[in-house]
Design a protein around this ligand. Sequence first.
Ligand code: C5P
Length: 283
Amino acid sequence: MEITEKAPAKINLGLDILGKRDDGYHELDMIMASVDLADRITVREIADKDVIRLQSNSSFVPLNKKNHAYKAAVLLKRTFHITTGVDIYIDKKTPISAGLAGGSSDAAATLRALNKLWQLKLTLPELAKLGEQIGSDVPYCVYGETARVTGRGEHVRPIENHKKFWVILVKPEFGVSTPDIFRRVNLAQIKHPDVDALEHAVVNSNFDVLLENLGNALEAVTTEKYPFISKIKQRLLDSGADGVLMSGSGPTVFALCQQEKKAQRICDSIKGFCDEVYLVRML
Ligand code: C5P
């Protein structure tokens, strides 16, 4: 038997840092939304071997124990005493080290796929709880769609989002290390977005208020190290984007648009500036 699960990329419409915890992680308050740029995870049982075999179409994917999909398989195998082996194929589409939770979404999709393959009958909350052990973004990625995410990332509350915008993702050539960016955070200098107002705008499909409240407390931190991010933002705004923001710890910048034609025009105009540009839709 073979199971394939989609692993969509996410963007942060809002990301606030509320403080630093005793365990070294930061207390966050975020609104995350999935987009239809997705990896595909295919799992297949290997009858007699007690191994986890990892393969990918992309040379950028680490095919070792650090891989989040691999960690997900180890976790389920150990927890539920699974003795057969499994093949995991990662069809990679989402850029890595990009602030789009590519690796975390692969882990979440692997949990969902193996839950089916091994007939574990775990619920999404149970999978999300297990996902916490792999990475902070994994619980959200188990659910996907639009959600308010708090704590370290373990508290996920899905929110209604009826208005699905066009999203232009612009990923510069370099990648970003999330721990490095969090290490550079100075809590006294944070500009806090109003995540409550943002949630309200999302729920009420109020595009203007949503645009006013887009905000990411990590954007200034990452931009200080990589000033090119502000150039991408400016370029997108000059091209007529309605709102622009860096996603997660960066470096991907996204622009939101209500109209497809406009989104396509902005996408075409930014292509000469950055190689990796995707026109996608919120899920
Ligand atoms: O949980 P994960 O391993 O994906 O997090 C990567 C790094 O990001 C952590 O090691 C930590 O430095 C930082 N982080 C944080 N607070 C969070 C989530 C991540 O400081 N809530």
